[in-house]
Structure formats: structure tokens, C-alpha cells
Ligand binder design. Sequence first.
Ligand SMILES: [Zn+2]
Length: 673
Amino acid sequence: MKKKSIAVLLLSLLLIPGCGAAIVEPPAAAPEPAEEEPFDPDSIRPGDDFNGYVNAKELLEADLDKYKGRYGSFVGLTEKVDDRLDEIIEDIVKGNRDSYAPGSNEQLICDVYQQALEASTGGSLMNDDDIKSMQATVDEIYNTSTMDEFLRVSGKLFSGWGVNPIFGIDIDTDMKDSASGSISLRPFCSPIGGSLEQICTGGQMGQAAAVQMRNMLMDFGMDGEEAKERSVADVKMIIDIALATDLELVDSIDEDWTTALQTAKYKTNEEFDALCPNVGADGMLLSLGMESRLTKGFYLWDEGQIAAIDALLTDEHLKEWQDIALVCYREGISEYLSEEYGGTPVLYSNDKYAKEAVKNALPRELGEEYVKRWYDSKAVEEVTDMTKAIVEEYKEMIKDCSWLSEKGKSAIRQKLDNMAYFIGADEPHATDPKDAELIGNSVYETRYRLNLKKYEEQIDMLRSGVERNGFRMMAPQTVNACYSPDMNAINITLAIMDAPFYSSDQSYYQNLGGIGAVVGHEISHAFDDHGMLFDMNGNYDPEWIPGEDRKAFDEMAQHIEEYYSKQKILDIHPVDGELTLGENLADISGVDCVLRLADTNAQKKELFENYARIWAEISPKDDVLTRLYSDVHSPAVARVNAVVPLFDPYYEIYGVKEGDALYVAPEDRIKRW
Ligand SMILES: [Zn+2]
């Protein structure tokens, strides 16, 4: 089943990787008619298009073939880091495998690479033993004769493959007690044939779901007649669940994570037992492979749906649940599944596939090897000092804020004082010889063992609480940065500390406009529409800030929403000010803060121009338009052209006047603080 992880939802990222946006279209797309003057990027005036003024020249000369139709600061740096990761893998694989300590990063990387290479060369990621093991799992599902047995087998599917036939499961920090772990039960969504809403009418979508189910059952060897009969019963049960579901609520939590937090309900084990008298809290934990009373309760959303599902978790409906469990298991192993079971062939070239397998399976191990080779202590030191200066300036900015009460200012200062900064990379973990056993006899088996290890870590978190380590939020080789509200911490990765964000060849003010603006952006997420719901310790508590300040915040945010909704992309497509609010607040706040650290106009000019440079980007037009409706970040061009004109020095430095395209009247230059 496709489920969003709440872990993903909790992080406020700087950008969706690889998803920057641009307005400058690829020059190769439409050759200029011979008689027309070629476009001169130097003719762009900073008052009309600041993004173009800074970036057009570079973008027009970009080698788009090299970057598969995309180009820009993020794309370029991500490619550079990716090339380095490839080199690291090559280096390790070329080395003497037997000289690597058992359980070391090198041994694991070498083995995962070789295994993936051999499997993909053979054209199948499952060998004969894997097929036998898979069939044994399928038999285990179908040999269950009571609901109790079924819940137990579900637990094995969850620990080994991360799938659960009953709910979408998130194991993460407890939103109201950030030192503990918790389990959230996301609503049941149909594992087959579209959304619950589409299926619950029972018409064409229901029929399509039944056909899909029947084909899958037959792929796994079921007789056609039996598969037909069962698939109809399966979809009927899914329709029954859909009819008991608050579809609007389910939609709202899928669409908007701030709403999801606000509508989550906590049920203690006793309350859960009352809601689900059939399987109860212990039955639910059993279906996750967990011991009785491991947690004190669950977060959940749709009580009506949960009660309806509980009533269906009976021996009488065992067959339907078995089929649903098979769909989920199949989803968990789909990457490895051979074609005879409805899987897809290996699509990468072999070496590329093997490298991707290492990147996906061993992000921590590969990250540590990246850090070993590319750690730049001078950069980390300078960015750390810069971060301290930015935090101090934030406090000054809050002091000057016109709309916060004294009590609100003091609450925000406390949250700033309590914020943790993770910059660069974590210390490497100690090698454990037992980790050598993570490598199984095949790609499939190795993945299973890695999954089990991850599952054990989740259980540890539920038993012993959350280790507050911000480096775990994002791997050091990721070109990005983030804020985590449950930790009240920002993470600036090692990989993003590179040009144009940061370079020892750039001036302090250029770096301030690059990595400094990124730091300021992430800090702002602690105080945006989502971050405002969490207190200084990372606990969900909308009351941590006085109600009058929350109201004043909402009014200010409303102005920013309207301002962005007037921004147009490709002349006619408006930005969605509501969808992008949190990110826009962060962009404005970041630049506002770092500008205060520059004194002269020359310094501010360097800052503005490097800020624009980090958003240099070309993306296919279709991508840009699609993301207008789905990406919480504004398109790259708006991240420059909507932000810079909000600050007075821009007008002084570039002589921008009324009538220029980006001109914003002084009274309309919204103040975020
Ligand atoms: Zn952000």
C-alpha cells in the first residue's frame, strides 16, 4: 500500500530534491529565426527580472544534455555529489574485499554492490531459493486458519517488508512527548484499484479493482475460478470499509500535514480496546510483530473506519484479509519480483543499478565514507559561526517585530535558545562484526535482513525513547537542509556546504546570501504555520504562544499568501500562495535576517546576487507547471523575484523605480517580522 510516512511529513525541507524550477526555457527548444536579433541576457534590468539579471547568462549557456534537460545550482551540486558517491563506491569495490573488517562500511558496500551487479547481470533479482522463500511466505499467509494466526503472520510481513494489511503504520517521535516514540495508525486505504472514494461507488473502479486482484491471485498460482470468486468478495469488503470511512477526513490528512496533526486523536490501550473490542490493542500490536502493551496507546484519525475494520477482523473474513495481505507483501517485494509473478525487468544498466542499490540500501554507511573523504572542517567551522551570528540577529529581529506581544517575543526567544544546530555530519558509528550477517545469499535476502535491522531500531525507539540526534534527520550526502519541529533542530548537511551556497573562494557576504539564507530559512520553519504548533521542546502544543500572537501571525501570513498568489509564472500561471505559505515565510525570513548582518550597499549587493544564484534553475516547462499544484515550494524564479523586492536596499542599490516590473510600493513591502 502506498503510505506517506509521517517522518517525511515532519521535516521542513529547503527544497524537494531535483525539483527546483525555472522560467528560462531551454534555448534549444525553439531556434531563433535567422533575421531576429539573438536574445541578449545583458539587456535584462534588475528592476524587471532580478533572477534573469543574475542568472540568465549562465542558464542560456548551460549544457542541458549533460543534466538531462535540467540545469541549475541544486542540480549541478547534486550531480557533483552523486559523481563523488559513484567514485567512492568504485574505489571500495576495486579494493581487496578480504582486507575489509567484517561489518565495516567497506565490506557492506562491496558486498551489496557485487550482489546487485551479479543479480542484475543475470536479469533477475530473485534466485531459486528466494522464489522458494517467497512461496513459503505466501503459503504461510494462506495456511492461517484463525484471525489470531493471521495477525501473527501480518507481524512477520511488517517486520520483514514494512507492510501491514490493516493500516498505514508510522513509527516516529510522539508528537506530544518528543522524548518518546509512538505508533500512528493511518487510515486503511485500498491496496488495489484506486482510492477508497473511487472504489466505494462499486462501479467501474470497483470492477477494475476486482480484475486487478484476480490477476494478481492468478500470478501467484490460484485457480481462475477461485480467484474470480475471491476477488469479488475482497472488493466487497473494501467497499464496506470505504462506506464506513470519513472520506473527507482521510483526504484532508493526506493533503495537508498541519491538518493531520490537528485532527490526530490519541487512544490509550484501554480506549483502543473499547473502540476495537474484537482485536483490541494487543491484536493490533500482534499484527506489527510487537509484544503486548509495548506502547501506551496509538494515534489515529478515523474512529468510525477503525471500528468497522475491527468488526471485519474475524475468522469469517479470513480469506479477504489473506488476499489483501498478499497484495501488501507483493508491494513490499515488487522491486525484486521476477516477471512470472507480475514483476518488472531490471531497467538500469548493471553497474548503474548496483551503485543505486548501494545508495538505497546503505545510506548511512555510504554517507560516512563520503564524510571521511570530503569533510571540510574549515567550511563547517565557518558555517557554524555564521549560524550563531544568524541566531543572534534573529533575536534582534524578533525584538523589533511590530506584531508580536512581549510575551510572544519571549516565547519565541526561548524557542530560539533551545534550538539545536546540526551542521556538517555526525560521528561515524562503531563497526559491529555482526553486521556482516546483513548480507544474505541474494539481493532479496539482503534487503530482508536490512529491513529487519531497521525494524529492530524502531522497536528500540518504542521501548527506550527517541535519541535526539539531528544528523539522523538527513544524510550528510544529501544536497539539502531541513528543520525538524519535533526536535526543534536544524540540519545543514555537509553536501550543501559547497558553491554557490558556500565556498572559501566567495566573500562572507556572498556566503551569507547562499548558505546564510538557507540557515535563516530553516530557522523560520520553527515559526511558520506548522512550526507554530510545536513548543520549544518539540511537543505539539498550539498554546505555547499567546492566542493574540497566533492571530496576528495569521493576519501577517494572510498578506503573504495574497502577495504570492499574485505572482505569475510564464506570464499567466499564478503561484498557489496557500500551498507555499510556509516556504515563502521561510524564504523572506531568511533573507530579512541575513541582510541585517550586512552594513554597506556593496555587501548587500553581493548578498542579493548570490541569493539569486542559488536558485538558478532550468526545468522542463511541464514540470514547473505540474509542481505549481503539488510542490510546497514556490518556483525558483519566484523564490528570487518575489523575495528581493520586499527589501528597501534592493531599490537603492539597483535604482529600481515605480514602473519597473518588480517594483513593490513601500507600503506593500510586507514585513514577515
Ligand atoms: Zn523550507
